[in-house]
Design a protein around this ligand. Structure first.
Ligand code: G4P
Length: 403
């Protein structure tokens, strides 16, 4: 199964996030407690450079509590403050506020040293789609003492939700895109509803889930889907599925058994694997199979390595694109110079001139890219415009206009 999902609007979302992140002291990174590793964006570290961080394991009410505890501990051991919540609960905001204060301690100390006292910590929420960002912001706002509007000198049109006088939350979340070079991560994301499953082979997804549950939560499927089999056998009405399915891979055979047990049959009475798969996936997304987690702690280190490798690969990719853009700019500047040289010197000095002139624009372009674009890392998305600096100025003002 080939899972690829990178909608174009995510580039815009990333830019917005980069813009907003400059306004805050720390980022509350929301992950899905059922897949606290797979639901992390590989670029989050780069995006949050220099900011405090709290990881919020949302939808903890749907996840395996023992595994959630292990993962929370895992993050803490890595020096990341982490807390599990049901984002729908009003007290989630209050719980998180304490962690935000802790994460912002350094910032408060720095402020104090500069004579700034009592400035609230500013935070923003970020995470992949459907992880619970809006729900959490609403819970936070429910507990909030005030909503503050535009802040002079900060930015126009931003709303801040103030909680307890010392924490302010930006009411616009940062949307991160799920990233999965690895198919299993794609499947896990689909099974918690973080990516659309129309792009996936549902049977394959369901069989993966069945195999995973059989290994990690033996009995979870039997209790929910196959309980009726025993009574049918007692009544002597059951076909012999074991014999029929003996040659099939065990996960698929179990899918067919579930279809039969739930009377999901096709016209000729054959089990309908598609409908059984859709049912299983839907039940998993909505927590009907029970409190389960789809990431495993034993995979954590390898997944973390892959996540960092993915972030590094993208960084390299961008650098390559930047380099190519610089070369292109140099070439076009070089050819216009040599054209000018030809007309003035009869074409005897194009090589030297072209070489020199080629280096100058490249240097210029390189300098400009070390500015904000280099910092925010999305320069690669921008074409090699000659008006690179001006282009950024424009896009800054477009952002201020809320585009
Ligand atoms: P987003 O802004 O990150 O995209 O996510 P959003 O808050 O919209 O939440 C997506 C769905 O997840 C919502 O369900 C919301 O109620 C649910 N949700 C959020 N946090 C939690 C949590 O901690 N526990 C549980 N159990 N559910 C949570 P929805 O509105 O019904 O949408 P959907 O079911 O159609 O996706």
């Amino acid at each position: 199964m080939d899972v690829q999902w990178y909608p174009g609007h995510m580039t815009k979302a990333r830019r917005m996030m980069e813009e907003n992140i400059r306004l805050v002291d720390l980022v509350i990174e929301l992950v899905d407690a059922r897949i606290p590793l797979s639901s992390r964006n590989p670029d989050i570290d780069a995006l949050c450079t220099g900011k405090g961080r709290v990881v919020l394991l949302c939808k903890a009410d749907l996840a395996d509590p023992a595994k959630t505890e292990e993962f929370t501990e895992y993050f803490r051991k890595k020096g990341i403050l982490a807390v599990a919540v049901d984002a729908r609960e009003r007290r989630a905001g209050e719980v998180v506020r304490r962690y935000v204060q802790e994460a912002g301690r350094e910032k408060i100390a720095k402020d104090r040293a500069r004579g700034i006292v009592g400035r609230p910590l500013r935070a923003m929420v970020a995470g992949i789609p459907n992880v619970g960002k809006s729900t959490f912001i609403n819970s936070f706002a429910g507990r909030a003492s005030t909503k503050t509007g535009n802040k002079p000198g900060v930015t126009r049109g931003k709303q801040w939700i103030r909680l307890g006088g010392d924490v302010e939350l930006l009411d616009t979340p940062g949307i991160l895109w799920p990233k999965f070079d690895n198919q299993v991560i794609g499947m896990r994301l689909a099974l918690v509803g973080a990516i659309r499953d129309e792009i996936l082979d549902k049977q394959e997804l369901a069989v993966w889930l069945i195999n995973y549950l059989q290994a990690e939560y033996p009995g979870a499927l039997q209790g929910r889907y196959l309980a009726s089999e025993a009574s049918e056998e007692d009544a002597g009405t059951a076909a012999d599925p074991e014999d029929q399915d003996a040659m099939l891979p065990p996960g698929y055979a179990l899918l067919l058994r579930i279809a039969r047990a739930r009377s999901l049959l096709m016209k000729g009475g054959e089990p309908d694997a598609d409908r059984a798969a859709a049912m299983l996936i839907d039940d998993c997304k909505n927590g009907r199979i029970g409190r389960i987690s789809l990431d495993r702690l034993q995979d954590a280190e390898q997944m973390e390595e892959e996540r960092l490798a993915s972030a590094a690969a993208r960084k390299q990719e961008k650098e390559k694109e930047d380099e190519e853009a610089r070369k292109k700019a140099a070439r076009s500047a070089g050819s216009s110079r040599s054209a000018a040289g030809k007309s003035s010197a009869g074409g005897r000095r194009p090589a030297g001139k072209s070489g020199d002139s080629g280096r100058r624009p490249a240097g210029k372009s390189g300098d400009s890219r070390r500015g904000p674009a280099g910092k925010n890392g999305d320069s690669s998305r921008r074409p090699a415009r000659k008006d690179n600096g001006a282009g950024r100025g424009k896009s800054g003002s477009s952002r201020r206009r809320g585009i």
